[in-house]
Design a protein. Structure first.
Length: 212
């Protein structure tokens, strides 16, 4: 079996994450840094979760502020999914993370990073990826009729809109939604992971609607 990945097992969702946990570690030489021969990893795989959301909800609200202004928002909630933070693991593999270099780092964290460096992905890199996003907000202004008439229109509306404006999550990577639209080519087969994946872009638009 591979050292990590998306596997299938009876009684578990297809394509779920599985990993081998660190079972013991010790700073045997007392140098404050855990090395590969000071870490023991289980030979048994443990279930880490599914990369696919099992819960979801959306809230769409709209308010009218005065005679001419309307505000609408869309909140998007996804839960129940896990995301493989491959970029965090990669930094430790390359000895670029704090856990591989700083003796002040807790030994348990060092052990996790060291296991990653020798090709075993510990559970630490499979993170809760639940999130709440402010998916959209729009501000619409109905232009006075006399102003619309100046351009030959019966009425006009100016709409300022924004998408992907805020994210609330405990996930430590760039975007917990990365698993929803990207896979990482880590060996074969590909794995759903946050690795070189561009987060959803924050977008602003300005529209003018004219009726003739």
């Amino acid at each position: 079996m591979p050292s990590t990945g998306q596997l299938s097992a009876i009684g578990y969702p297809t394509g779920g994450y599985w990993a081998r946990p660190v079972t013991s570690f010790s700073d045997a030489n007392g140098d404050g840094i855990i090395s590969a021969n000071e870490v023991t990893v289980s030979q048994t795989f443990e279930w880490m979760g599914t990369p696919y959301p099992t819960q979801g909800a959306a809230l769409n609200t709209s308010w009218r502020l005065g005679k001419r202004v309307r505000v609408s928002t869309l909140l998007d909630y996804r839960a129940g999914q896990t995301l493989y933070n491959r970029i965090a693991e990669f930094r430790c593999e390359a000895a670029l993370c704090q856990e591989r270099n700083d003796p002040a780092t807790p030994l348990a964290a060092q052990a996790t990073a060291t296991a990653a460096a020798v090709g075993v992905t510990p559970p630490f890199y499979y993170e809760d990826a639940d999130y709440l996003k402010l998916r959209e907000i729009a501000l619409a202004f109905d232009v006075p009729d006399r102003v619309a008439a100046a351009v030959g229109a019966r009425n006009a509306t100016i709409v300022l809109g924004g998408r992907n404006l805020a994210t609330w999550t405990s996930y430590s990577g760039a975007d917990p939604e990365a698993g929803s639209y990207g896979v990482s080519s880590i060996g074969a087969p590909t794995i759903i992971a946050d690795f070189g994946t561009v987060p959803t872009a924050r977008v602003w638009t300005l529209r003018v609607r004219l009726s003739y």
